[in-house]
Design a protein around this ligand. Structure first.
Ligand SMILES: Cc1cc2nc3c(=O)[nH]c(=O)nc-3n(C[C@H](O)[C@H](O)[C@H](O)COP(=O)(O)OP(=O)(O)OC[C@H]3O[C@@H](n4cnc5c(N)ncnc54)[C@H](O)[C@@H]3O)c2cc1C
Length: 204
């Protein structure tokens, strides 16, 4: 397969499912987003794609990480080299084989190489997730951290730290896809780390 054909399966899949539906959600006064997704990892990215395919527009994805490489645990805190679960479990491809990890991997390394791996390496998974976002045009606003959610009448006001500056945005719905802290890295509650001698505090 030539280099120019490497994403042929993904392109063909996107051609066959056709254009994204129009946004059917009526605008609401003073509401910036229909949905704000907190976290642009595998869950947040899959939600963004699913919402778009469901015709839900005005969706934004934010992530506290500085960039794609530091989002999620794969290239930062992870210590295990492989994913734990089987390579054949469904992923963020939403049932579309051309967008799956298997299609991505086989296009680059061949079907025999995919057959030979027992589980997915975290580096391959990070590269696949990066490709997934780029191929599907999922834009993540990095360096944007959710600080607080404030209920306001019929919507929600989000207090965000955007590159060190506090800003507010409004949304009808929020999806919390923020993972969990210490996924592969150390987590010592503040109350403990404040009182521990420096020698015991984790390096971040
Ligand atoms: C080596 C390793 C192997 C693993 N194997 C498996 C496996 O096989 N199967 C499995 O299911 N799981 C596995 N896990 C667990 C895996 O980490 C999670 O399943 C996966 O990362 C969850 O994806 P997620 O998108 O929900 O969260 P994450 O990937 O953690 O992404 C959450 C994102 O939210 C962002 N965020 C957090 N708080 C905020 C905030 N306040 N504002 C804005 N953004 C925020 C973070 O920066 C992050 O980028 C493994 C983990 C490791 C480290």
């Amino acid at each position: 397969m030539s280099q120019s054909d490497i994403d042929a399966a993904a392109r063909e899949t996107l051609r066959l499912i056709g254009p994204d539906p129009q946004n059917w959600v009526p605008d609401r006064h003073a509401v910036d987003h229909n949905v704000i997704v907190i976290g642009g990892g595998q869950s947040g990215s899959a939600f963004a794609f699913a919402l778009r395919r469901a015709g839900i527009g005005k969706v934004t994805v934010v992530d506290a990480a500085g960039d794609a490489a530091s989002s999620g645990p794969w290239l930062s805190s992870a210590r295990m080299h492989k994913l734990r679960t089987s390579k054949s479990l469904p992923g963020p491809e939403l049932g579309l084989p051309g967008l799956s990890f298997q299609a991505w991997y086989e296009a680059r390394h061949g079907a025999a190489a995919y057959g030979a791996i027992d589980r997915i390496s975290r580096l391959d998974w990070a590269a696949y997730l990066d490709w997934y976002r780029k191929t599907l045009g999922i834009k993540v606003r990095y360096r944007t951290k959710l600080l607080r959610i404030e209920p306001v009448q019929d919507h929600l006001r989000l207090h965000l730290d955007v590159a060190g500056e506090v800003r507010t945005e409004t949304a009808r719905k929020i999806i919390l896809a923020s993972g969990f802290p210490s996924n592969g890295g150390p987590a010592v509650p503040d109350v403990l780390s404040r009182n521990l001698p420096k020698i015991f505090t984790p390096i971040r």
